[in-house]
Design a protein around this ligand. Structure first.
Ligand SMILES: [Zn+2]
Length: 354
């Protein structure tokens, strides 16, 4: 009897220790959805693109028209954030504006801007080049309380270079270094990390199916990928709220590296500025020296103790920028963003900045 009791008590010890772990400071979950347009996030499916069999397979038409004909239909979790004290920002139909400040409007320059807080005009390709810039992930990974507790999971093999995992020490894709996991595997690895790494402070998950399917011109699969991503983000947030180590001290930020072309027709399949197009026209399926206007437009969603949506009312005239995300993330973590880089974009208004 006593033995059984003892065994039971001992078995409970690790659980209690986990549950009663002292508050170890603020935490951050950052999720990016590659090349996801604000148009689909806020408006849902574009009727002209759904009507065009070149872009929307007839098998999917009914689902798209019935379920994904609104932004809230495509991304219900993200659209529910405002009601829970969070924000979803970047709806140009409502007078909101958010954009990238890098001159390229594609991925490496965008992720660099998100993670370093400023554009680097010297980054003009997606080539596998080690990033010379220090990301806020790298900076945190050398700070007390964060060292070894910053991780990144992504589906694109350029991320080790953008994060400069060799120099930064920030592990990219955990147990599968060098491998390129599918998006579902990336999602599972990120959820495992949230569940099992008790002291993890920063979890960055970069999802890429949205951009892949858009380049293929498969509109229904883009919407399906957005919907899957929304489910994944909802589950990640639910897990964080169910875990005493994450609950109440975790801020979630969801955003994108760039938008996509806004002209009618096939422009939505592509993205990039006129300058980017001129540098490498062979990289694009559409020949247009104007590039893809509108692909500098982005959006952002956030919730958690770092988010204060009240000042949103006064935002209608300013265009917020991608370069403000790094300082926002650091502020949400209780860190001094100016100690990271005083020249970085200031925190977004709903992270206490102006
Ligand atoms: Zn792309």
């Amino acid at each position: 009897m006593f033995r059984t009791f003892l065994a039971l008590a001992l078995a409970l010890v690790p659980m209690l220790a986990r549950a009663e772990a002292p508050a170890a400071g603020q935490r951050l979950i950052l999720v990016t959805m590659d090349g996801t347009r604000w148009q689909e996030v806020f408006r849902g499916a574009d009727k002209a693109l759904v009507a065009d069999p070149k872009f929307t397979h007839p098998d999917w038409k009914e689902t798209v028209e019935k379920v994904w004909n609104t932004g809230a239909g495509v991304m219900p979790f993200v659209h529910g954030l405002a009601a829970q004290g969070g924000v979803l920002y970047g709806n140009r139909d409502a007078g909101e504006c958010m954009r990238v400040t890098n001159p390229m409007w594609f991925s490496y320059p965008g992720y660099n801007e998100i993670l370093t807080g400023r554009p680097d005009p010297a980054i003009t390709s997606n080539d596998k080049a080690w990033n010379r810039n220090v990301t806020f992930l790298e900076w945190l990974n050398h700070r007390p309380g964060f060292a070894g507790e910053v991780r990144m999971y992504g589906t694109w093999d350029v991320f080790p270079y953008i994060i400069n995992d060799k120099r930064s020490g920030v592990p990219v894709n955990g147990e599968a270094p060098g491998a390129l996991p599918t998006e579902t595997r990336t999602m599972r690895m990120a959820q495992d990390a949230l569940r099992s790494a008790a002291n993890l402070r920063v979890l960055y998950v970069a999802l890429g199916d949205t951009d892949e399917f858009a380049h293929e011109g498969d509109y229904a699969q883009v919407l399906a990928a957005m919907n899957r991503d929304d489910d994944f983000i909802a589950e990640l947030w639910r897990m964080a709220q169910a875990d005493p180590a994450w609950r109440g001290r975790t801020t979630l930020i969801v955003t994108t590296d760039h938008g996509r072309g806004a002209k009618p027709g096939a422009a939505w399949t592509e993205h990039g500025s006129a300058a980017a197009w001129k540098l490498a026209p062979q990289d694009y399926t559409i020949a247009d020296p104007e590039g893809f206007p509108g692909s500098d437009a982005i959006w952002l969603a956030a919730i958690g103790p770092g988010v204060h949506p009240a000042p949103l009312l006064s935002l209608k005239t300013a265009c917020l920028t991608q370069s403000q995300i790094a300082a926002s993330a650091l502020t949400a973590l209780g860190e001094n963003w100016q100690a990271f880089d005083a020249g970085a974009g200031a925190p977004l208004p709903f992270f206490g900045g102006r």
